[in-house]
Design a protein around this ligand. Structure first.
Ligand code: TEU
Length: 562
Protein backbone atom coordinates (compact mmCIF):
# COMPACT_ATOMS: atom_id res chain seq x y z
CA UNK A 1 0.00 0.00 0.00
CA UNK A 2 1.46 3.24 -1.14
CA UNK A 3 2.12 5.73 1.64
CA UNK A 4 0.61 9.19 1.26
CA UNK A 5 0.35 12.11 3.67
CA UNK A 6 -3.39 12.34 3.09
CA UNK A 7 -3.86 8.77 4.22
CA UNK A 8 -2.15 9.53 7.52
CA UNK A 9 -3.96 12.82 8.11
CA UNK A 10 -6.88 13.55 10.42
CA UNK A 11 -9.22 16.20 9.03
CA UNK A 12 -11.68 18.59 10.65
CA UNK A 13 -14.59 20.27 8.95
CA UNK A 14 -15.32 23.90 9.77
CA UNK A 15 -18.73 25.33 8.94
CA UNK A 16 -17.57 28.95 8.96
CA UNK A 17 -20.92 30.56 9.71
CA UNK A 18 -21.23 28.65 12.97
CA UNK A 19 -17.66 28.28 14.21
CA UNK A 20 -16.57 31.53 15.87
CA UNK A 21 -17.66 35.13 15.44
CA UNK A 22 -14.88 37.69 16.01
CA UNK A 23 -16.80 40.91 15.31
CA UNK A 24 -20.13 40.49 17.07
CA UNK A 25 -22.40 40.43 14.01
CA UNK A 26 -23.69 36.98 15.00
CA UNK A 27 -22.01 35.24 12.07
CA UNK A 28 -18.81 33.22 12.30
CA UNK A 29 -15.88 34.59 10.30
CA UNK A 30 -12.27 34.06 9.22
CA UNK A 31 -10.73 36.02 12.09
CA UNK A 32 -12.84 33.90 14.39
CA UNK A 33 -11.30 30.78 12.91
CA UNK A 34 -7.81 32.24 13.21
CA UNK A 35 -8.45 32.70 16.97
CA UNK A 36 -9.04 28.96 17.22
CA UNK A 37 -6.17 27.58 15.16
CA UNK A 38 -4.23 26.70 18.31
CA UNK A 39 -7.26 24.82 19.58
CA UNK A 40 -7.30 22.67 16.42
CA UNK A 41 -3.56 22.14 16.70
CA UNK A 42 -3.97 20.99 20.29
CA UNK A 43 -6.59 18.47 19.20
CA UNK A 44 -4.10 17.04 16.71
CA UNK A 45 -5.78 18.05 13.47
CA UNK A 46 -3.69 17.92 10.28
CA UNK A 47 -6.15 19.17 7.67
CA UNK A 48 -8.89 21.75 7.90
CA UNK A 49 -11.75 21.46 5.41
CA UNK A 50 -13.18 24.95 5.23
CA UNK A 51 -16.82 25.17 4.11
CA UNK A 52 -17.46 27.71 1.34
CA UNK A 53 -16.24 31.24 2.16
CA UNK A 54 -16.71 32.71 -1.32
CA UNK A 55 -18.96 35.62 -2.18
CA UNK A 56 -22.55 34.45 -1.99
CA UNK A 57 -26.07 35.77 -1.47
CA UNK A 58 -26.47 32.87 0.99
CA UNK A 59 -29.56 31.19 -0.33
CA UNK A 60 -27.79 28.00 0.82
CA UNK A 61 -25.16 29.37 3.21
CA UNK A 62 -22.38 29.80 0.69
CA UNK A 63 -23.10 26.76 -1.47
CA UNK A 64 -24.53 29.32 -3.91
CA UNK A 65 -21.45 31.16 -5.12
CA UNK A 66 -21.65 34.46 -6.97
CA UNK A 67 -17.88 35.02 -7.27
CA UNK A 68 -15.38 32.17 -6.94
CA UNK A 69 -12.45 34.52 -6.42
CA UNK A 70 -13.83 36.78 -3.71
CA UNK A 71 -14.50 36.23 0.00
CA UNK A 72 -17.98 36.70 1.44
CA UNK A 73 -18.16 40.11 3.16
CA UNK A 74 -19.60 38.62 6.34
CA UNK A 75 -16.57 36.33 6.65
CA UNK A 76 -13.84 38.92 6.01
CA UNK A 77 -11.40 39.67 3.22
CA UNK A 78 -8.92 37.84 1.06
CA UNK A 79 -6.22 39.17 3.42
CA UNK A 80 -7.95 37.48 6.34
CA UNK A 81 -8.08 34.30 4.31
CA UNK A 82 -4.33 34.54 3.51
CA UNK A 83 -3.66 35.03 7.21
CA UNK A 84 -5.65 31.89 8.03
CA UNK A 85 -3.70 29.90 5.46
CA UNK A 86 -0.40 31.15 6.94
CA UNK A 87 -1.48 30.46 10.51
CA UNK A 88 -2.37 26.89 9.57
CA UNK A 89 0.78 26.31 7.55
CA UNK A 90 2.92 27.73 10.37
CA UNK A 91 1.61 24.92 12.52
CA UNK A 92 2.06 22.25 9.85
CA UNK A 93 -1.65 22.08 9.21
CA UNK A 94 -3.15 22.04 5.77
CA UNK A 95 -6.17 23.76 4.29
CA UNK A 96 -8.62 22.29 1.82
CA UNK A 97 -11.32 24.44 0.29
CA UNK A 98 -14.86 23.57 -0.71
CA UNK A 99 -15.22 23.46 -4.48
CA UNK A 100 -18.83 23.97 -5.53
CA UNK A 101 -18.96 23.56 -9.29
CA UNK A 102 -22.12 21.60 -9.99
CA UNK A 103 -23.94 24.92 -9.78
CA UNK A 104 -23.38 28.61 -9.07
CA UNK A 105 -25.60 31.28 -7.59
CA UNK A 106 -28.10 32.84 -9.97
CA UNK A 107 -26.28 36.06 -9.07
CA UNK A 108 -23.01 34.82 -10.57
CA UNK A 109 -22.02 36.96 -13.56
CA UNK A 110 -22.13 33.89 -15.84
CA UNK A 111 -25.77 33.32 -15.00
CA UNK A 112 -26.69 37.00 -15.21
CA UNK A 113 -25.33 36.89 -18.77
CA UNK A 114 -26.79 33.48 -19.51
CA UNK A 115 -30.35 34.39 -18.63
CA UNK A 116 -30.21 37.72 -20.51
CA UNK A 117 -30.66 36.31 -24.04
CA UNK A 118 -30.81 33.00 -25.87
CA UNK A 119 -27.86 33.98 -28.04
CA UNK A 120 -25.66 35.24 -25.20
CA UNK A 121 -22.15 33.71 -25.13
CA UNK A 122 -22.82 32.34 -21.66
CA UNK A 123 -26.23 30.85 -22.49
CA UNK A 124 -24.75 27.39 -22.77
CA UNK A 125 -22.93 27.59 -19.42
CA UNK A 126 -26.21 26.47 -17.84
CA UNK A 127 -28.91 23.97 -18.75
CA UNK A 128 -31.85 25.64 -20.50
CA UNK A 129 -34.86 23.94 -22.06
CA UNK A 130 -37.89 25.39 -23.73
CA UNK A 131 -41.32 24.85 -22.24
CA UNK A 132 -44.66 26.46 -21.61
CA UNK A 133 -44.89 28.11 -18.23
CA UNK A 134 -46.46 25.57 -15.89
CA UNK A 135 -45.16 22.43 -17.63
CA UNK A 136 -41.50 21.85 -16.77
CA UNK A 137 -39.30 20.01 -19.32
CA UNK A 138 -39.23 16.80 -17.24
CA UNK A 139 -40.35 15.37 -13.91
CA UNK A 140 -37.08 15.78 -12.02
CA UNK A 141 -37.29 17.02 -8.46
CA UNK A 142 -34.89 19.32 -6.69
CA UNK A 143 -32.91 17.73 -3.86
CA UNK A 144 -34.56 20.38 -1.67
CA UNK A 145 -38.09 19.41 -2.83
CA UNK A 146 -40.32 20.70 -5.64
CA UNK A 147 -39.55 20.75 -9.36
CA UNK A 148 -35.91 20.96 -10.45
CA UNK A 149 -36.91 23.50 -13.12
CA UNK A 150 -37.45 27.22 -12.84
CA UNK A 151 -39.25 29.14 -15.57
CA UNK A 152 -37.45 32.34 -16.48
CA UNK A 153 -39.61 35.05 -18.00
CA UNK A 154 -36.76 36.94 -19.60
CA UNK A 155 -36.33 34.37 -22.37
CA UNK A 156 -39.37 32.16 -21.80
CA UNK A 157 -37.31 29.04 -21.00
CA UNK A 158 -36.64 26.87 -17.99
CA UNK A 159 -33.28 26.32 -16.28
CA UNK A 160 -32.31 23.24 -14.29
CA UNK A 161 -31.51 23.49 -10.58
CA UNK A 162 -30.89 20.23 -8.72
CA UNK A 163 -30.87 22.26 -5.50
CA UNK A 164 -32.43 25.68 -4.72
CA UNK A 165 -33.80 27.81 -7.57
CA UNK A 166 -31.02 30.25 -6.76
CA UNK A 167 -28.50 27.48 -7.58
CA UNK A 168 -28.69 26.91 -11.35
CA UNK A 169 -26.76 23.83 -12.56
CA UNK A 170 -23.71 24.39 -14.71
CA UNK A 171 -23.48 22.70 -18.09
CA UNK A 172 -20.32 20.60 -17.97
CA UNK A 173 -20.79 19.59 -21.61
CA UNK A 174 -19.47 23.04 -22.49
CA UNK A 175 -15.64 22.96 -22.83
CA UNK A 176 -15.28 26.71 -22.21
CA UNK A 177 -17.02 26.36 -18.89
CA UNK A 178 -14.72 23.50 -17.91
CA UNK A 179 -11.66 25.55 -18.86
CA UNK A 180 -12.85 28.45 -16.69
CA UNK A 181 -13.38 26.15 -13.74
CA UNK A 182 -9.92 24.61 -14.10
CA UNK A 183 -8.41 28.07 -14.29
CA UNK A 184 -10.23 29.07 -11.09
CA UNK A 185 -9.00 25.93 -9.33
CA UNK A 186 -5.41 26.71 -10.33
CA UNK A 187 -5.84 30.26 -9.01
CA UNK A 188 -6.59 28.89 -5.54
CA UNK A 189 -4.01 26.12 -5.70
CA UNK A 190 -1.34 28.63 -6.68
CA UNK A 191 -2.17 30.55 -3.52
CA UNK A 192 -0.95 27.47 -1.68
CA UNK A 193 -4.04 25.57 -0.63
CA UNK A 194 -3.69 21.84 -0.07
CA UNK A 195 -6.71 20.44 -1.83
CA UNK A 196 -10.43 20.48 -2.42
CA UNK A 197 -13.58 18.91 -1.07
CA UNK A 198 -15.77 18.76 -4.16
CA UNK A 199 -19.47 19.39 -3.61
CA UNK A 200 -21.87 16.88 -5.24
CA UNK A 201 -19.19 16.18 -7.82
CA UNK A 202 -20.90 12.98 -9.00
CA UNK A 203 -23.88 15.07 -10.20
CA UNK A 204 -22.02 17.14 -12.83
CA UNK A 205 -22.80 14.95 -15.86
CA UNK A 206 -26.48 14.71 -16.74
CA UNK A 207 -27.84 12.33 -19.37
CA UNK A 208 -28.02 14.74 -22.30
CA UNK A 209 -31.63 13.91 -23.27
CA UNK A 210 -32.74 14.71 -19.70
CA UNK A 211 -35.38 11.97 -19.80
CA UNK A 212 -38.30 11.70 -17.40
CA UNK A 213 -37.54 9.48 -14.43
CA UNK A 214 -39.81 6.45 -14.75
CA UNK A 215 -38.34 4.17 -12.10
CA UNK A 216 -37.54 6.43 -9.21
CA UNK A 217 -36.60 4.64 -6.00
CA UNK A 218 -38.02 5.82 -2.68
CA UNK A 219 -35.04 7.45 -1.02
CA UNK A 220 -33.71 9.19 -4.14
CA UNK A 221 -35.19 12.40 -5.51
CA UNK A 222 -37.00 11.86 -8.81
CA UNK A 223 -34.51 12.24 -11.67
CA UNK A 224 -31.45 11.13 -9.69
CA UNK A 225 -31.10 8.00 -11.84
CA UNK A 226 -30.26 10.29 -14.76
CA UNK A 227 -27.54 12.41 -13.20
CA UNK A 228 -25.96 10.49 -10.27
CA UNK A 229 -22.64 9.14 -11.66
CA UNK A 230 -23.77 10.38 -15.08
CA UNK A 231 -22.35 9.28 -18.45
CA UNK A 232 -19.32 11.58 -18.64
CA UNK A 233 -18.45 12.16 -15.00
CA UNK A 234 -15.30 10.02 -15.12
CA UNK A 235 -14.13 11.73 -18.32
CA UNK A 236 -14.54 15.12 -16.70
CA UNK A 237 -12.67 14.10 -13.55
CA UNK A 238 -9.86 12.54 -15.56
CA UNK A 239 -9.61 15.73 -17.57
CA UNK A 240 -9.62 17.80 -14.36
CA UNK A 241 -6.94 15.55 -12.93
CA UNK A 242 -4.81 15.91 -16.05
CA UNK A 243 -5.27 19.66 -16.37
CA UNK A 244 -5.08 20.63 -12.71
CA UNK A 245 -4.91 18.11 -9.88
CA UNK A 246 -1.94 16.06 -11.04
CA UNK A 247 0.26 19.17 -11.01
CA UNK A 248 -0.03 19.60 -7.25
CA UNK A 249 0.58 17.51 -4.13
CA UNK A 250 -2.92 17.80 -2.77
CA UNK A 251 -5.83 16.02 -1.11
CA UNK A 252 -9.00 15.65 -3.16
CA UNK A 253 -12.23 14.31 -1.75
CA UNK A 254 -15.44 14.12 -3.74
CA UNK A 255 -18.81 14.43 -2.05
CA UNK A 256 -20.98 11.83 -3.78
CA UNK A 257 -24.56 11.37 -2.65
CA UNK A 258 -26.17 8.06 -3.71
CA UNK A 259 -22.95 6.55 -5.09
CA UNK A 260 -22.61 2.80 -4.62
CA UNK A 261 -19.41 0.95 -3.89
CA UNK A 262 -18.84 -0.43 -7.41
CA UNK A 263 -19.04 3.01 -8.92
CA UNK A 264 -17.31 4.54 -5.91
CA UNK A 265 -14.05 2.64 -6.35
CA UNK A 266 -13.82 3.90 -9.92
CA UNK A 267 -13.51 7.49 -8.73
CA UNK A 268 -10.65 6.75 -6.37
CA UNK A 269 -8.72 3.67 -7.53
CA UNK A 270 -5.14 4.86 -7.63
CA UNK A 271 -4.56 3.74 -11.23
CA UNK A 272 -7.48 5.76 -12.65
CA UNK A 273 -6.18 9.25 -11.90
CA UNK A 274 -9.37 10.88 -10.72
CA UNK A 275 -9.69 11.69 -6.99
CA UNK A 276 -8.00 10.50 -3.78
CA UNK A 277 -11.14 9.64 -1.85
CA UNK A 278 -14.86 10.26 -1.60
CA UNK A 279 -17.68 10.78 0.84
CA UNK A 280 -20.37 8.19 0.17
CA UNK A 281 -23.74 8.33 1.90
CA UNK A 282 -24.73 4.71 2.35
CA UNK A 283 -24.28 4.77 6.11
CA UNK A 284 -26.22 8.06 6.18
CA UNK A 285 -29.13 6.18 4.63
CA UNK A 286 -29.06 3.29 7.11
CA UNK A 287 -31.79 4.89 9.20
CA UNK A 288 -33.70 6.63 6.40
CA UNK A 289 -37.21 5.26 5.94
CA UNK A 290 -38.13 3.78 2.51
CA UNK A 291 -40.22 6.80 1.67
CA UNK A 292 -37.42 9.27 2.45
CA UNK A 293 -36.64 11.43 5.46
CA UNK A 294 -39.98 13.20 5.51
CA UNK A 295 -41.82 9.91 5.90
CA UNK A 296 -40.55 9.16 9.39
CA UNK A 297 -37.82 9.19 12.01
CA UNK A 298 -34.89 6.87 11.87
CA UNK A 299 -34.80 3.24 12.93
CA UNK A 300 -31.64 1.29 12.19
CA UNK A 301 -29.85 -1.96 12.97
CA UNK A 302 -26.21 -2.31 13.88
CA UNK A 303 -25.86 -5.27 11.52
CA UNK A 304 -26.90 -3.02 8.61
CA UNK A 305 -24.42 -0.33 9.60
CA UNK A 306 -21.66 -2.92 9.89
CA UNK A 307 -22.53 -4.40 6.53
CA UNK A 308 -22.32 -1.02 4.80
CA UNK A 309 -19.08 0.03 6.44
CA UNK A 310 -17.54 -3.39 5.88
CA UNK A 311 -18.44 -3.42 2.20
CA UNK A 312 -16.66 -0.09 1.64
CA UNK A 313 -13.69 -1.05 3.82
CA UNK A 314 -13.12 -4.31 1.98
CA UNK A 315 -13.77 -3.07 -1.56
CA UNK A 316 -11.45 -0.10 -1.18
CA UNK A 317 -8.70 -2.25 0.25
CA UNK A 318 -9.03 -4.79 -2.55
CA UNK A 319 -9.27 -2.28 -5.39
CA UNK A 320 -6.52 0.14 -4.45
CA UNK A 321 -8.89 2.79 -3.26
CA UNK A 322 -9.00 4.88 -0.13
CA UNK A 323 -11.95 5.69 2.14
CA UNK A 324 -12.87 8.88 3.85
CA UNK A 325 -14.60 8.32 7.17
CA UNK A 326 -17.26 10.48 8.76
CA UNK A 327 -20.21 10.12 11.09
CA UNK A 328 -21.67 13.60 10.65
CA UNK A 329 -21.17 16.85 8.79
CA UNK A 330 -22.97 20.16 8.20
CA UNK A 331 -25.82 18.36 6.36
CA UNK A 332 -26.44 15.61 8.87
CA UNK A 333 -27.78 15.22 12.39
CA UNK A 334 -25.23 14.99 15.19
CA UNK A 335 -23.63 11.54 15.38
CA UNK A 336 -24.04 11.06 19.13
CA UNK A 337 -27.78 11.78 18.90
CA UNK A 338 -28.17 9.60 15.84
CA UNK A 339 -26.00 6.53 16.33
CA UNK A 340 -25.40 6.51 20.07
CA UNK A 341 -26.94 8.04 23.18
CA UNK A 342 -27.15 11.77 23.84
CA UNK A 343 -28.61 11.37 27.31
CA UNK A 344 -27.40 9.08 30.09
CA UNK A 345 -24.37 7.79 28.19
CA UNK A 346 -23.53 10.82 26.09
CA UNK A 347 -19.88 10.98 27.14
CA UNK A 348 -19.22 7.25 26.96
CA UNK A 349 -21.03 6.77 23.68
CA UNK A 350 -19.46 9.80 21.99
CA UNK A 351 -16.09 8.28 22.88
CA UNK A 352 -17.21 4.93 21.51
CA UNK A 353 -18.11 6.54 18.17
CA UNK A 354 -14.80 8.37 18.18
CA UNK A 355 -13.06 5.03 18.55
CA UNK A 356 -14.87 3.76 15.45
CA UNK A 357 -14.01 6.87 13.41
CA UNK A 358 -10.32 6.80 14.30
CA UNK A 359 -9.67 3.07 13.95
CA UNK A 360 -11.26 2.27 10.60
CA UNK A 361 -9.24 2.23 7.40
CA UNK A 362 -9.45 5.62 5.70
CA UNK A 363 -8.96 9.31 6.41
CA UNK A 364 -11.14 10.43 9.35
CA UNK A 365 -13.07 13.70 9.16
CA UNK A 366 -14.32 15.21 12.40
CA UNK A 367 -17.07 17.78 12.24
CA UNK A 368 -16.87 20.83 14.52
CA UNK A 369 -18.37 20.11 17.92
CA UNK A 370 -18.15 16.35 17.52
CA UNK A 371 -14.99 16.42 19.65
CA UNK A 372 -17.00 17.73 22.61
CA UNK A 373 -20.07 15.56 22.02
CA UNK A 374 -22.46 18.25 20.74
CA UNK A 375 -26.01 17.01 20.23
CA UNK A 376 -29.09 17.63 18.07
CA UNK A 377 -31.19 20.71 18.75
CA UNK A 378 -34.57 20.55 20.55
CA UNK A 379 -36.61 22.55 18.00
CA UNK A 380 -39.75 24.11 19.46
CA UNK A 381 -40.95 26.21 16.53
CA UNK A 382 -40.46 26.77 12.81
CA UNK A 383 -38.93 30.18 13.59
CA UNK A 384 -35.89 28.34 14.91
CA UNK A 385 -35.32 26.65 11.55
CA UNK A 386 -32.91 28.36 9.14
CA UNK A 387 -32.07 25.50 6.77
CA UNK A 388 -33.40 26.03 3.26
CA UNK A 389 -33.75 22.27 2.72
CA UNK A 390 -35.95 21.85 5.82
CA UNK A 391 -38.00 24.97 5.07
CA UNK A 392 -38.58 24.01 1.42
CA UNK A 393 -39.59 20.46 2.26
CA UNK A 394 -41.86 21.72 5.03
CA UNK A 395 -43.63 23.88 2.42
CA UNK A 396 -43.83 20.99 -0.07
CA UNK A 397 -45.22 18.55 2.49
CA UNK A 398 -47.79 21.11 3.54
CA UNK A 399 -48.80 21.63 -0.09
CA UNK A 400 -49.24 17.88 -0.48
CA UNK A 401 -51.44 17.87 2.63
CA UNK A 402 -49.11 15.53 4.54
CA UNK A 403 -48.63 18.02 7.35
CA UNK A 404 -50.42 21.05 8.60
CA UNK A 405 -48.23 22.80 11.15
CA UNK A 406 -44.95 22.64 13.04
CA UNK A 407 -46.26 20.13 15.58
CA UNK A 408 -46.87 17.61 12.77
CA UNK A 409 -43.29 17.95 11.58
CA UNK A 410 -41.56 18.44 14.91
CA UNK A 411 -40.13 14.94 15.32
CA UNK A 412 -38.97 14.83 11.72
CA UNK A 413 -37.26 18.20 12.00
CA UNK A 414 -35.65 17.23 15.30
CA UNK A 415 -34.39 14.02 13.74
CA UNK A 416 -33.23 15.20 10.34
CA UNK A 417 -32.87 18.96 9.96
CA UNK A 418 -29.47 20.04 8.75
CA UNK A 419 -29.65 22.77 11.40
CA UNK A 420 -28.97 20.14 14.06
CA UNK A 421 -25.31 20.39 13.17
CA UNK A 422 -25.30 24.09 12.29
CA UNK A 423 -26.02 25.59 15.70
CA UNK A 424 -23.09 27.65 17.01
CA UNK A 425 -19.99 25.92 18.28
CA UNK A 426 -20.15 25.81 22.07
CA UNK A 427 -16.93 27.34 23.37
CA UNK A 428 -17.80 28.06 27.01
CA UNK A 429 -20.68 28.62 29.42
CA UNK A 430 -20.95 32.38 28.88
CA UNK A 431 -23.83 33.92 26.97
CA UNK A 432 -24.23 32.57 23.42
CA UNK A 433 -21.78 29.83 24.39
CA UNK A 434 -18.88 32.21 23.72
CA UNK A 435 -19.63 32.01 19.99
CA UNK A 436 -20.53 35.68 19.56
CA UNK A 437 -20.94 38.95 21.46
CA UNK A 438 -24.02 39.64 19.36
CA UNK A 439 -27.20 37.81 18.45
CA UNK A 440 -26.25 34.57 16.60
CA UNK A 441 -27.81 33.93 13.18
CA UNK A 442 -29.10 30.60 14.53
CA UNK A 443 -29.98 29.67 18.11
CA UNK A 444 -27.40 28.20 20.44
CA UNK A 445 -28.25 24.75 21.78
CA UNK A 446 -29.60 25.25 25.33
CA UNK A 447 -27.25 22.54 26.62
CA UNK A 448 -24.16 24.78 26.14
CA UNK A 449 -23.71 25.33 29.87
CA UNK A 450 -22.86 21.68 30.27
CA UNK A 451 -21.45 20.87 26.83
CA UNK A 452 -18.67 23.24 25.82
CA UNK A 453 -15.00 23.40 24.92
CA UNK A 454 -13.85 25.08 28.14
CA UNK A 455 -15.39 22.34 30.28
CA UNK A 456 -13.83 19.70 28.02
CA UNK A 457 -10.38 21.25 28.23
CA UNK A 458 -10.59 21.42 32.01
CA UNK A 459 -11.48 17.77 32.42
CA UNK A 460 -8.81 15.13 31.70
CA UNK A 461 -11.53 12.53 31.10
CA UNK A 462 -13.45 14.61 28.59
CA UNK A 463 -14.50 13.63 25.09
CA UNK A 464 -12.02 16.19 23.74
CA UNK A 465 -9.10 14.54 25.50
CA UNK A 466 -10.23 11.12 24.34
CA UNK A 467 -10.21 12.32 20.73
CA UNK A 468 -6.80 13.82 21.32
CA UNK A 469 -5.48 10.49 22.64
CA UNK A 470 -7.06 8.57 19.76
CA UNK A 471 -5.51 10.91 17.19
CA UNK A 472 -2.11 10.46 18.85
CA UNK A 473 -2.60 6.72 18.86
CA UNK A 474 -3.50 6.64 15.18
CA UNK A 475 -0.34 8.53 14.41
CA UNK A 476 1.85 6.20 16.40
CA UNK A 477 0.45 2.95 15.00
CA UNK A 478 0.91 2.38 11.26
CA UNK A 479 -1.44 -0.56 11.47
CA UNK A 480 -4.29 1.84 12.23
CA UNK A 481 -3.61 3.73 9.00
CA UNK A 482 -2.46 1.09 6.55
CA UNK A 483 -3.66 -2.16 8.07
CA UNK A 484 -6.32 -4.32 6.46
CA UNK A 485 -9.75 -4.47 8.03
CA UNK A 486 -11.37 -7.74 9.04
CA UNK A 487 -14.86 -7.85 10.54
CA UNK A 488 -15.53 -10.10 13.55
CA UNK A 489 -18.84 -11.11 15.14
CA UNK A 490 -20.74 -10.18 11.99
CA UNK A 491 -24.16 -11.14 13.35
CA UNK A 492 -24.00 -9.35 16.68
CA UNK A 493 -26.70 -6.70 17.05
CA UNK A 494 -24.86 -4.92 19.86
CA UNK A 495 -21.14 -5.31 19.28
CA UNK A 496 -19.06 -3.95 16.44
CA UNK A 497 -15.68 -5.62 16.47
CA UNK A 498 -12.90 -5.87 13.93
CA UNK A 499 -9.20 -6.45 13.47
CA UNK A 500 -6.72 -4.22 11.71
CA UNK A 501 -3.80 -6.22 10.38
CA UNK A 502 -0.48 -5.09 8.93
CA UNK A 503 2.49 -7.40 8.38
CA UNK A 504 2.02 -9.42 11.53
CA UNK A 505 0.81 -6.51 13.63
CA UNK A 506 -2.75 -6.84 14.84
CA UNK A 507 -5.10 -4.45 16.52
CA UNK A 508 -8.44 -5.59 17.93
CA UNK A 509 -11.31 -3.13 18.29
CA UNK A 510 -14.40 -3.81 20.45
CA UNK A 511 -17.32 -1.41 20.48
CA UNK A 512 -20.51 -1.95 22.45
CA UNK A 513 -23.25 -0.05 20.62
CA UNK A 514 -25.81 -0.85 23.27
CA UNK A 515 -26.92 0.78 26.51
CA UNK A 516 -26.80 -2.65 28.17
CA UNK A 517 -23.87 -4.56 29.49
CA UNK A 518 -23.02 -7.01 26.71
CA UNK A 519 -20.88 -10.12 26.61
CA UNK A 520 -18.01 -10.02 24.14
CA UNK A 521 -16.67 -13.40 23.02
CA UNK A 522 -13.54 -13.44 20.93
CA UNK A 523 -13.74 -15.87 17.98
CA UNK A 524 -11.75 -19.06 18.66
CA UNK A 525 -9.45 -18.72 15.67
CA UNK A 526 -7.80 -15.54 16.89
CA UNK A 527 -4.66 -16.62 18.64
CA UNK A 528 -2.34 -14.44 20.63
CA UNK A 529 -0.13 -14.78 23.62
CA UNK A 530 -0.15 -11.21 24.84
CA UNK A 531 -2.45 -8.27 24.66
CA UNK A 532 -1.79 -4.61 25.29
CA UNK A 533 -4.66 -2.22 25.97
CA UNK A 534 -4.10 0.81 23.73
CA UNK A 535 -7.14 2.88 24.62
CA UNK A 536 -10.53 2.51 26.30
CA UNK A 537 -13.40 4.74 27.39
CA UNK A 538 -14.00 3.47 30.93
CA UNK A 539 -11.65 3.22 33.87
CA UNK A 540 -9.14 0.48 33.10
CA UNK A 541 -10.13 -2.73 34.79
CA UNK A 542 -7.71 -5.52 35.42
CA UNK A 543 -9.23 -8.17 33.17
CA UNK A 544 -7.23 -11.33 33.23
CA UNK A 545 -8.02 -12.12 29.63
CA UNK A 546 -10.01 -10.83 26.64
CA UNK A 547 -11.53 -14.04 25.33
CA UNK A 548 -14.70 -13.20 27.17
CA UNK A 549 -15.55 -9.82 28.65
CA UNK A 550 -18.67 -8.09 29.90
CA UNK A 551 -18.57 -4.79 28.06
CA UNK A 552 -20.23 -1.91 29.87
CA UNK A 553 -22.81 0.29 28.08
CA UNK A 554 -21.14 1.83 25.03
CA UNK A 555 -17.77 0.55 26.14
CA UNK A 556 -14.94 0.75 23.62
CA UNK A 557 -11.57 -0.95 23.87
CA UNK A 558 -8.65 -1.22 21.49
CA UNK A 559 -5.96 -3.87 22.03
CA UNK A 560 -2.75 -4.74 20.34
CA UNK A 561 -2.29 -8.49 20.02
CA UNK A 562 0.98 -10.33 19.80
O1 TEU B 1 -24.86 18.48 -0.21
C1 TEU B 1 -25.48 17.60 -1.10
C2 TEU B 1 -26.67 16.89 -0.59
O2 TEU B 1 -27.24 16.13 -1.30
C3 TEU B 1 -27.09 17.15 0.83
O3 TEU B 1 -27.31 18.47 1.08
C4 TEU B 1 -28.32 16.41 1.20
O4 TEU B 1 -29.42 17.23 1.04
C5 TEU B 1 -28.17 16.03 2.64
O5 TEU B 1 -27.12 15.11 2.69
C6 TEU B 1 -29.41 15.43 3.19
O6 TEU B 1 -29.57 14.12 2.75
C7 TEU B 1 -24.01 19.47 -0.67
C8 TEU B 1 -23.66 20.39 0.48
O7 TEU B 1 -22.96 19.66 1.44
C9 TEU B 1 -24.91 21.02 1.01
O8 TEU B 1 -24.69 21.78 2.16
C10 TEU B 1 -25.48 21.87 -0.09
O9 TEU B 1 -26.71 22.39 0.29
C11 TEU B 1 -25.67 21.07 -1.39
O10 TEU B 1 -24.55 20.25 -1.71
C12 TEU B 1 -25.84 22.00 -2.55
O11 TEU B 1 -24.64 22.67 -2.81
Amino acid sequence: MEQQWWKEAVAYEIYPRSFNDSDGDGIGDLQGIIEKVDYLDKLGIDVVWLGPVYQSPNADNGYDISDYKAIMDEFGTLDDWEELLDELHNRDMKLIMDLVVNHTSDEHQWFVESRSAKDNDYRDYYIWRSGEEGTPPNNWESNFGGSAWQYDEETGEYYLHLFHQKQPDLNWENPDLRTEIYEMMKWWLDKGIDGFRMDVINFISKEPELPDDKDNEGELPTGANHYVDGPKVHDYLQEMNQEVLSNYDILTVGEMPFVDVDEGVKYVSSDRDELNMLFHFEHMLVDTPEGGRWSGTGEWKLTDLKEIITKWQVEMQEQNGWNSLYLNNHDQPRAVSRFANDEEYRVESAKMLATLLLTLRGTPYLYQGEEIGMTNFPFESLEQVQDVDTLNKFKEEKKKGNIDNFADAKEIIRTWSRDNSRTPMQWDNSEQAGFSDGEPWIDVNPNYEEINVAANLANPNSIFHYYQDLIDLRKSEDVLVYGDYRLLLEDSQSIYSYLRVLEGERVLVMLNFSADETKFELPQDIDFSEQELLINNYEVRADSEIKEIDLKPYEARVYKLS
